[in-house]
Design a protein around this ligand. Sequence first.
Ligand code: NAD
Length: 320
Amino acid sequence: MRIAVTGGAGFIGSHLVYKLISLGHTVIVIDDLRHGLRSNVPEKAGFVMLDIKSSAISEIIERGAFDCIIHLAAQTRVDISIENPRKDAGSNIMGTVNILECAKKYGVKRVIFASTAAVYGDPPIQDLPLEELHSRQPLSFYGLSKMTAEAYFELYHQIFGLEYIIFRFANVYGERAEVDDEGGVINIFAKKTANNLPIYIYGDGSQSRDYIYVGDIVNGIVAALQTKHVNEVYNLSTGQEVTLCEILNILRHISGQTLTPVYKESRSGDIYRSVLSNEKAHQLLSWHPYMTLENGLARTYQYFLDISQLETASQYGGDL
Ligand SMILES: NC(=O)c1ccc[n+]([C@@H]2O[C@H](COP(=O)([O-])OP(=O)(O)OC[C@H]3O[C@@H](n4cnc5c(N)ncnc54)[C@H](O)[C@@H]3O)[C@@H](O)[C@H]2O)c1
């Protein structure tokens, strides 16, 4: 297939592009590198440095004659969306509409979209694990802009017949993650452990999330390329709740360190528990997450450890 990946120089996008290339697809990455890295993109993939809001996207989509666009490029930080809703909406709503408009105009068959668990907000605990039909009440402009973009996909299908698949990712972790991103705690804890920095826990550490390894997200997107179950929304998650204390314990085991966290007062507005049902993706896409938390965390920790050792080596002129 001929596939365009917006945001393909970022964390999830780069893992996806490597996988698509290995499967024999022709891939063009569209990314303005505001957050991603050119070095994340494999040599075999084409690369266009462009903002998804740009009118020049039209020409790229026309020339590319793509079978599918996988739309990952986004403003991904909740805090930035609160500080600067205009910036967030620019990328996540106007950028998405630009991609959809070009897809419609140049006959792209299918567009796959990265949405987020943040669209659900903080629902009552008895509703967990959340299914896709659960009401959406985002608590941030990031959640709102993704929810709005989802609605554009649904209407582009209704009005123009454009095929879509929307994925709501849980918290994604793994190699190449940025620690300020949505995936959050696992990436932060793994990096701090690798760098011998103190770990802070806001609250008592019993708050939970659904952490999914990036390779499992990639497999879900790949399953969406061929499926007949289109024009659907799927959670991509493990369906398992994991607490901060459990993550710390696994990291202690992996790193051999004692890891005594510094406990701080819980932050207002933090969601206490979160977990998404993955039953629909399992049933319709035959997708299932394969990575155990122990192995995924070990890989993530090793990645940050390797970087930290490289940085130390370069400080000492390569002699360690
Ligand atoms: N990481 C997570 O835990 C998580 C969870 C839920 C949803 N998501 C969604 O998955 C997608 C990928 O997230 P990620 O974690 O890989 O983030 P990332 O920041 O690593 O990747 C996003 C990429 O998009 C690019 N980009 C951003 N705005 C752009 C613009 N206007 N024009 C062109 N390129 C632009 C960035 O340079 C970056 O390379 C995002 O849509 C995000 O909202 C991520």
